[in-house]
Design a binder for this molecule. Sequence first.
Ligand SMILES: NC(=O)c1ccc[n+]([C@@H]2O[C@H](COP(=O)([O-])OP(=O)(O)OC[C@H]3O[C@@H](n4cnc5c(N)ncnc54)[C@H](O)[C@@H]3O)[C@@H](O)[C@H]2O)c1
Length: 319
Amino acid sequence: MRKKIILVAGGAGFIGSHLCRRLVGDGYKVICWDNLYSGRLENIADLRGNSNFSFVKTDITKKFSFKNKVDEIYNLACIASPGGYQRRPLETLLASSVGVKNLLDLAVQCKAKFLQTSTSEVYGDPLVHPQKESYWGNVNPVGERSCYDEGKRFAESLIYTYRNLYKLEAKIVRIFNTYGPKMHPSDGRAISTFLSQALTGKPVTVFGDGLQTRSFCYVSDMVSGLILMMKSREFGPINLGNPGEFTILKLAGLIVKLVRSSSQIAHLDLPADDPVKRKPDITLAKKLLGWQPKISLEEGLKLSLPYYQSQIKSRSKVS
Ligand SMILES: NC(=O)c1ccc[n+]([C@@H]2O[C@H](COP(=O)([O-])OP(=O)(O)OC[C@H]3O[C@@H](n4cnc5c(N)ncnc54)[C@H](O)[C@@H]3O)[C@@H](O)[C@H]2O)c1
């Protein structure tokens, strides 16, 4: 039987590289596309040379012609860290509009299934807690985060339209904060930043009073959720995330303790439009996909630590 061919756009990024590894391990042929804006070749170094894996440096917003047949397309191609997308706001908007359209056209051409990684950011600074998929959100369309939030909202609308127009099996998951090895140590997201700071004895920088809450999902749980969604008959949107809710201050304390660091907590100004509360309602994922996260925050932080230790070691060798 022919092996299923799966395209992972954004596959050299943090979650994408874990997804590629899992799919190759499950026996599929994986084509990874990435323009390497925030992804890195070192994330997929162990897969290069595997005959079931190929990498092509591609920007999904540019015109491409692809003659081969693919069976499934996972789209993770979008800069996801606030620092990253605020440095490239136009590229971020285009990735979620022109880029998603290009991939949807490819899915129509190949009659492939399509899965979009949307985000909890579509709920903005939510007025409803925890966030269910039926909540329409509270997003500032002209704020500092809007290139990401509104881009992802536009992408959801595009996918809904393609599904209706072309009967495409196009699915949406809304990912809540996810962490683990291969998340770039200096991309500015809370866990990667705190681990890097605690390991180097620098102050752990908490925005505002740190009482804002987030929910953190370990990456292996997230990858299982993405694959279950692709295999299911569901279209979503379905929330994927770990409903455990922690203040940022509590997270910083946990990390300092885990690392046995001498770092102090330092408070910085709260960025604009920073959500106060974030916690997924995962009733739908449990019911429709039989999915729920298995790894607790403490376990996930322990599993992530060796990666950040090795990153810091290799950086100090270079400098
Ligand atoms: N990690 C999280 O907490 C989180 C939360 C919500 C949603 N998501 C979504 O999941 C996906 C993956 O996130 P991540 O955390 O792995 O981020 P990431 O930045 O590590 O990965 C995104 C990848 O997309 C690539 N990319 C960006 N624009 C591209 C383009 N135009 N063409 C081709 N490649 C492009 C980047 O180089 C990178 O490798 C993103 O779509 C993100 O919005 C992630």
